[in-house]
Design a binder for this molecule. Structure first.
Ligand code: CA
Length: 110
């Protein structure tokens, strides 16, 4: 199920921006668990955890715990960075930027 996020990262680098946007809106809605229209820290931790699990594929519980802790660090950092109005959560456009930032870090592309 987390391949949604992974595909979002991949699709971000192809030409079809409209399709990417529609796809990412679905991802956003999926992780906006309380349908508040924004992603808060806990929702974002889940997003990033799934994203990392797609790319790294944990082999055991301690790796899963490590990924969760990394996901939390990344999420806190990114939300602080993206959240211009300090509301504690991120909008769709902030979310899109955040996903692309994580993806670029993971694949080492600029
Ligand atoms: Ca929410």
């Amino acid at each position: 199920m987390s391949d949604f996020v992974f595909q979002a990262g991949i699709t971000g680098f192809v030409e079809n921006r409209k399709r990417y946007n529609e796809h990412l809106l679905k991802v956003f809605a999926k992780y906006d668990k309380d349908s508040s229209g924004s992603i808060d820290l806990e929702e974002f931790v889940l997003t990033i955890r799934d994203f990392l699990c797609e790319m790294i594929i944990p082999m055991n519980d301690s790796q899963i715990m490590l990924i969760e802790s990394i996901a939390r660090n990344i999420s806190e950092e990114l939300i602080a960075e993206m959240d211009a109005d300090a509301s504690g959560d991120i909008s769709f456009s902030e979310f899109r930027t955040a996903i692309q930032t994580v993806y670029k870090k993971m694949v080492g592309e600029e």
